[in-house]
Design a protein around this ligand. Structure first.
Ligand code: SF4
Length: 306
């Protein structure tokens, strides 16, 4: 089966006054139709840059992206839509909900006025909103309602791939579970494929089939979520799993994450996780390759390809 999305050797060069760096730095992965793939890592790991490349907001320096077998070029691909972290910054405060949701339909020249109206009502219903929100402005809505509008704005375009960039982290805890449940219902109902970007492995555990753990622009471990969480291999993944209260088992209790992620301008030589890893040894001064190990991929000198 061909993947819906194929990303190969993706890298972005950032230039600053102090020098240049690459984040992401040579990332390769694929996403199959109907999957939910979680991209997890601390801020600065490169996961949001990958999302922006897929939406055409950012240009890669090297590497390629293919969607449904065709190279992705530029922005505005109707079948790839993105739900941003903060609905307050993704919705125009001066525009009504009607304008915000209908805008994409107009840009992509979908339907006449009547057909668009029908689509709007159906989409609002799907995200749990009623018609009365159409005349409202973002400041008249709750945080949860705003994120539902942001989801509706994507959904109305009938995308195949939804990129969810920290979709609940700007919301009250009480609303987060409702939005996550809504996203899972929509995935089933509309046969959607998700890339879920988050710093929270707990969310990935509940929603994703497949997980990629990123650190300083590189993939540290990737494989089936269940196995990654139940049996993490990379020391960084172990530290992230320890932070999930209901999963961080006794055998992992010593793997808490220490220190801060280094600056990408001055990354450690060799393994990027070296400065925070309790297992670092001499060989870690060399950059570890991403190897196949027992049905998953891991980048750590503690493991040898089998
Ligand atoms: Fe730790 Fe070395 Fe593995 Fe890096 S390669 S995670 S420093 S043991």
């Amino acid at each position: 089966m061909n993947p819906l999305l194929l990303v190969e050797d993706l890298a972005v060069e950032f230039k600053t006054r102090l020098g240049k760096f690459y984040v992401p730095d040579g990332v390769t992965f694929s996403v199959f139709e109907g999957e939910c793939v979680g991209l997890v890592g601390e801020s600065g790991s490169g996961k949001s840059t990958i999302a922006r490349i897929l939406c055409g907001i950012h240009k890669p320096t090297t590497g390629s992206t293919q969607f449904m077998g065709t190279p992705l070029k530029g922005w505005g691909h109707r079948e790839i839509q993105m739900v941003f972290q903060d609905p307050d910054s993704s919705l125009d405060p001066r525009k009504t909900v009607l304008f915000s949701i209908e805008e994409g339909l107009r840009i992509h020249r979908i339907g006449n006025k009547e057909e668009r109206q029908k689509l709007l009502i159906e989409t609002l219903k799907a995200v749990g909103l009623t018609e009365d929100v159409l005349s409202k402005y973002p400041h008249q809505l709750s945080g949860g309602q705003k994120q539902r509008v942001a989801i509706a704005r994507c959904l109305v375009l009938k995308p195949k791939l939804l990129i969810l960039d920290e979709p609940t982290s700007a919301l009250d805890v009480s609303v987060q579970a409702q939005i996550l449940n809504l996203l899972m219902e929509l995935k089933r109902e509309f046969s959607l494929t998700y890339i879920l970007i988050t710093h929270d492995l707990k969310i990935v555990y509940h929603l994703s089939d497949y997980t990629m753990v990123m650190y300083l622009g590189q993939i540290m471990e990737m494989g089936q979520t269940e196995r990654i969480i139940q049996e993490p291999m990379h020391p960084y993944t172990k530290a992230l799993v320890t932070a999930i209260p209901t999963v961080g088992t006794d055998s992992l209790k010593d793997f808490s994450l220490k220190g801060e992620i280094p600056s990408p301008l001055n990354p450690p030589k060799g393994c990027p996780f070296k400065t925070r890893c309790d297992f670092a040894f001499e060989k870690c001064n060399e950059r570890p390759p991403l190897i196949d190990f027992r049905g998953r991929k891991v980048r750590c000198h503690l493991y040898t390809e089998v």
